[in-house]
Design a protein around this ligand. Structure first.
Ligand code: ADP
Length: 395
């Protein structure tokens, strides 16, 4: 069967059309800058990548163009061939511990928790509404970024704040990047032929670390929102919350201004003045002092979480896994992190680390033969995770 895997952001829509269960990608592409006059989209047709500028008022326009392109390029003969659409939904709140078929009740519930992810959930819902209207016979499936982390226990997900905040407003740790952490967990489970104990480092622009015990998430670094945990490309991660009111007073600014700084001008950006790890690495090799400092801080934060999760897993860790854009391709960050793990008996095979670059098609183990815990570099695939979950529900 054919199904679409869709990731809709506030001004973007990424898609892949799969033939399942073969997991064959029939086409893929993305719409950028939806809602502005210079929107554009790309779609792969065979070996060719078509790129066009168009005016896209909203997600509805994008969905119609996408479906027209599928027909015009004979990728499908009729839209009826698309039996399901799996949608990435960032926040599933307390309610969803797995992917679900979207009916009127689910739609209402996702809307009701939009407060928890005001930038992300409404955008994803626009995608759902647009596909529902355009291909009403296809089953819509919601795949939540929070679902995989719903197995954390109360003592882990509660914050030490007035308990009534949890009861009244659902204030708790949710965790994000769940589709990626689940994908890596399943990949390792099939490679090791067991329900593994893992520490997974998803190092993209956003970044999170998870502790997996016997295939189930027991803790993760992101929290009530994706702003918590380790230092990221432009987000601060964990800080002392008192800084917020202090800076508001000193700079005579409102909360939105500080919030924006912590989200978009902090992390690597805040310290090094740049956030893309490729730029950071070039500057690091040129020994730029701010960048050297930023990398020391960045890798310290990752190591803090690995050490904490090592203890939480009772010292029984089958593998430490690096994934996402940075984790898959950045041998400098990996080297700095692994070198700091020497008290745990973790060692690096420097040559393997250098040649294991997912972008060049190489995955695998980068730790030394004597390492107490093997360290893996693995490609994640959130779109495929959406497709698998959707197929499991519909196929
Ligand atoms: P996100 O979905 O959070 O944007 P990705 O998983 O796509 O994250 O990762 C994007 C990040 O990965 C980039 O900002 C960059 O820092 C890093 N990255 C991508 N390619 C490379 C590379 N070849 N070397 C080092 N870092 C890379």
């Amino acid at each position: 069967m054919k199904l679409l895997s869709v990731n809709a952001g506030s001004s973007t829509l990424k898609f892949r059309l799969y033939e399942m269960p073969e997991e064959k990608i029939l086409t893929k592409g993305s719409f950028e800058r939806i809602g502005s006059t210079d929107s554009e989209y790309t779609i792969r047709v065979g070996e060719e990548k078509i790129q066009k500028m168009v005016e896209l008022n909203d997600h509805n326009d994008a969905v119609h163009i996408l479906l027209d392109e599928l027909i015009n390029n004979k990728i499908v003969k009729s839209l009826d061939e698309i039996e399901a659409v799996g949608h990435r939904i960032v926040h599933g709140g307390n309610k969803y511990s797995k992917s679900v078929e979207i009916d009127e009740r689910v739609l209402k519930e996702i809307k009701s928790i939009s407060d928890l992810a005001p930038l992300h959930n409404p955008a994803a819902l626009s995608g759902v509404e647009a596909f529902k209207a355009a291909i009403p016979n296809a089953t819509m499936v919601a795949c939540f970024d929070t679902a995989f982390h719903q197995t954390m226990k109360e003592a882990t997900y509660l914050y030490p704040v007035p308990y009534e905040w949890y009861i009244k407003y659902d204030i708790r740790k949710y965790g994000f990047h769940g589709l990626s952490h689940k994908f890596i967990t399943e990949k390792m489970a099939s490679m090791l032929k067991k329900k593994p104990n893992l520490i997974i480092c998803h190092i993209g622009n956003g970044a999170s670390v998870s502790a997996i015990k016997e295939g189930v998430c027991i803790d993760t670094s992101m929290g009530f929102t994706p702003n918590a945990g380790i230092m990221m490309g432009t987000r601060s991660g964990d800080i002392d919350y008192s800084i917020i009111s202090y800076i508001m007073k000193k700079e005579e600014r409102n909360l939105e201004w500080v919030d924006n700084k912590l989200n978009k001008a902090s992390g690597l950006q805040g310290i090094a003045g740049m956030n893309d790890l490729r730029d950071i690495d070039r500057a690091y090799l040129a020994n730029e002092q701010k960048v050297v400092l930023a990398i020391e801080m960045y890798t310290d934060k990752i190591v803090d979480y690995i050490a904490k999760y090592f203890v939480k897993l009772g010292g029984r860790v089958d593998a430490i896994c690096f994934t996402a854009g940075g984790g898959e391709n950045d041998d400098i960050i990996r080297k700095e992190v692994v070198n700091k793990l020497y008290p745990l008996g973790v060692t690096l095979d420097t040559a393997k680390n250098k040649e294991t670059i997912v972008r060049k098609g190489v995955e695998g183990i980068i730790s030394g033969k004597d390492s107490a815990i093997p360290v893996y570099v693995l490609a994640t695939d959130e779109e495929l995770m959406i497709a698998r979950d959707t197929y499991d529900l519909v196929g």
